[in-house]
Structures are given as C-alpha cells and as structure tokens.
Design a protein around this ligand. Structure first.
Ligand code: FEO
Length: 395
C-alpha cells in the first residue's frame, strides 16, 4: 500500500497491525503501529525515513514498484532508531552512493548500528536542501527523543515531517487525524507522550517555541508513527504544550499490589474517603499486577495526586508496584502529590519502602503512609477512609 498525500508527497511506509510490544517489552501497543516513510517527487526525489528491519524486504520491493530506486537523489534519516532506519542496509545495497542527510549524532548512531560507511551528509538546524519548487529545511530536535532526532519542513506543501514527535502507536488505514476515532487517537497520543516524552518536557516546550518562532505555514504534520495530522495540525502542537507543562487533570490514581486482597480493600476504603470529600474528582484504581504498565503510567501522567500500596513481602514490596515506581523515577513526573499504604502480617516494611521510592522519584509525600495488619476490619477500614479524606483535603 502507498498513497498520495499531495501531488509531490507519497506515503510509502508500513502499517504494523500485529505489533503488541515496542522497545522490547517497554511499551505496549494495543492498537499496533505504523512506520511512516515518505517519498517526495519534485525536481529532485527524496526519501524520508524507512521502516523497521523485519519489513525491510517488503518495503524495498514496494518502493521499487513506486519508483526506480536509482531516481532517489537524497535519503533523509531523521532518526536512527531502527524502527525508522531498519530498512537502510537493504536499500543501500541497491543504491549505495545515495547521500544520507542526518545530524552528526545520526551519522554516529547509524554507523554504530550498521557498521557501514555510507555517504553521510551532516546537517544542522536551518540547513536547507533545494529540491526544485520546494525547499527542505532541517530542524535538529536533540533528545526528542534521541540525541540524533531531527525534523524536516517542506516549503510549498507546508508539511512538517516531525518523526517521532506528535506520533502515536496506532495502526489505521484511514491515515489522517480527521478520519479516525478521536478517542482512540488521543488515547494513543497521550500514552505516547506520557511514556516516551515526559522526561524531555522542558525540551519539548523550548523546541515548539523555537519552531513556532519561524512562523511557517503548516498544512500537515507527517509523523513517523500513526496518523498524519492534516485537520488543524496545530491542535497536537497545542496539546504538547499543555502536556509538557506539568500536566494534570482532576484525577487521583491509586496503584497497588495485593496478595490476599487486604491492600486492595485498603485502596477501596481510601478511594471512598477521597470521594466523600471531593465528589468531582475522578479516582481510578489499578492493581499493578493485572494492569498494563504503560496504561497505568498514562493515568498517573493525567493525575494531580497518586497513591501507591503494596502488601509487605520479604521485608519489601511486590514486584509489579515496584516496577511502576521504578518507571516513574525515570520518567520524572512533576507536580504530583503522593502517599503510601499497605497491609502486612508481621514485619510491615512496605509503606516505608514505597515512601523511599516516592522520594527517589522526587514526588511530594503529603502525609505519612498507613499500614494495617492482616485483613482490614471495620476499625481499620474506617482509618483508611479517614486517610483518604485527609489526603483529599491536602490537595
Ligand atoms: Fe519511532 Fe524513536 O523511534
């Protein structure tokens, strides 16, 4: 499948309907993904990005049906992560001397991945490539989300090829933002931001302001994953500015692990206490052991406050909650209040362990954690309800 986006630009990527995990098992992809590659035909012919290696053969064969590969004047490798560069080795076997435009970090990483001395042309922000009626302008986007990342703006067609930025792991043959289910689209876009881009939020804000400063007309944002933003493409730019600014909704999320449901009952009682004080707040509960970790991270991203609970096991906490706590330490959420809770049988270290992890993640702990022995009885349940009330009142 390929399709024309404009007279000059054709999508030549791959929709990966089967993908269910990405980055090893670091990111769940319930709705698949796509690897978007773009062919520009002006006086010069340009290929922007390729696809993931398992699809390399299929990609090159389809590309041959679209164009004589020898007609490709330039390849632009906006990002060397192998979901976009994986087909380069096979493609370069066919057209080994074609220049590859990339950042200096891009050249280093591509050499590191493929150990090939291709004809790299290193570019910086503001460098241009005249391809006929249109001009391509490169914009480095260092650490958005790799050191090599860059974007490319095409004048005339007014398309920003943004690579990973503004993308979503979302397979759809409808291809454009205005044609797909908006709930699905934004669920995948915010999940992508929460899990992948949150650590770089300051850079996101600065880069968007820098690009907006160029005052470029914008007809489309052509990302490297998911749909192309053509209907009011500025909407996702505005969303990114919101998401990058310590984003929160009126939501509290409670994440827990539980061995025999004691900690689960505590979570439910805490939730009841919160709601008794604030009926408008959304409270969501997730058992970390049976929830998708990236969906949980997305809910934590949207929350103004988060609570973690675990039974005590082996003087520590259970592994699923520990995993989420380790993830949020790396992601670096800002401006979220927190507290800990957990049930125990004898030694009862879980609350202290969670509190240390919340501190390590630089989250503000608004009140001392609560622990209850065995299965909470009526009195213990009342204490948990009170704990929830106090927590809500401190927000
Ligand atoms: Fe879609 Fe960072 O690769």
């Amino acid at each position: 499948m390929s399709f024309k986006m404009t007279d000059k630009v054709t999508w030549v990527g791959k929709i990966d309907w089967e993908l269910r995990t990405f980055h090893g098992d670091e990111y769940s992809t319930h709705r698949g993904s796509s690897y978007n590659s773009y062919l520009i035909r002006d006086k010069k012919t340009v290929l922007i990005d390729t696809v993931w290696e398992p699809f390399a053969e299929e990609y090159v064969e389809k590309l041959k049906k679209e164009i004589d590969l020898n007609e490709i004047d330039y390849i632009i490798a906006q990002h060397s992560e192998i979901d976009h560069s994986g087909a380069l080795p096979l493609l370069m076997k066919e057209i080994p001397n074609t220049p590859i435009y990339c950042t200096s970090n891009g050249a280093k990483i591509l050499k590191g991945h493929f150990h090939e001395d291709w004809n790299f042309v290193e570019v910086k922000t503001g460098d241009t490539l005249d391809i006929g009626e249109s001009t391509l302008t490169f914009v480095e986007a260092r650490m958005l989300h790799w050191p090599d990342s860059m974007m490319t703006y095409m004048s005339g067609e007014n398309i920003l090829f943004s690579n990973d930025a503004f993308g979503q792991h979302y397979a759809s043959d409808l291809m454009y933002n205005d044609l797909v289910d908006q709930g699905e689209l934004y669920q995948e876009a915010v999940k992508y931001y929460a899990n992948i881009l949150t650590p770089f939020s300051v850079l996101v804000t600065n880069k968007i302001k820098e690009v907006l400063g160029f005052n470029l007309p914008l007809n489309m944002i052509a990302t490297s994953h998911g749909i192309i933003w053509r209907d009011n493409p500025a909407q996702i730019v505005e969303k990114y500015l919101e998401w990058a600014d310590a984003y929160q909704e009126n939501q509290i999320t409670i994440v827990y692990d539980t061995m025999w449901n004691g900690t689960k009952r505590m979570a439910e009682a805490i939730s009841e206490g919160i709601k008794s004080v604030n009926k408008d707040v959304t409270v969501k509960l997730y058992n970390a052991a049976n929830s998708d970790k990236n969906d949980v991270i997305t809910e934590l991203f949207k929350s103004k406050a988060i609570l973690f609970g675990s039974s005590t096991v082996n003087k520590s906490i259970m592994h699923a909650t520990a995993g989420i706590l380790e993830m949020i330490k790396g992601i670096g959420f800002k401006n979220k209040k927190s507290a800990a809770f957990g049930s125990y049988g004898w030694s009862g270290e879980s609350v202290a362990v969670i509190e240390q992890k919340l501190k390590d993640a630089k989250l503000e702990i608004v009140q001392e954690g609560i622990k209850e022995l065995w299965n909470p009885d009526a009195e213990a349940t009342s204490r948990c309800i009170e704990f929830g009330k106090n927590f809500a009142e401190k927000l």
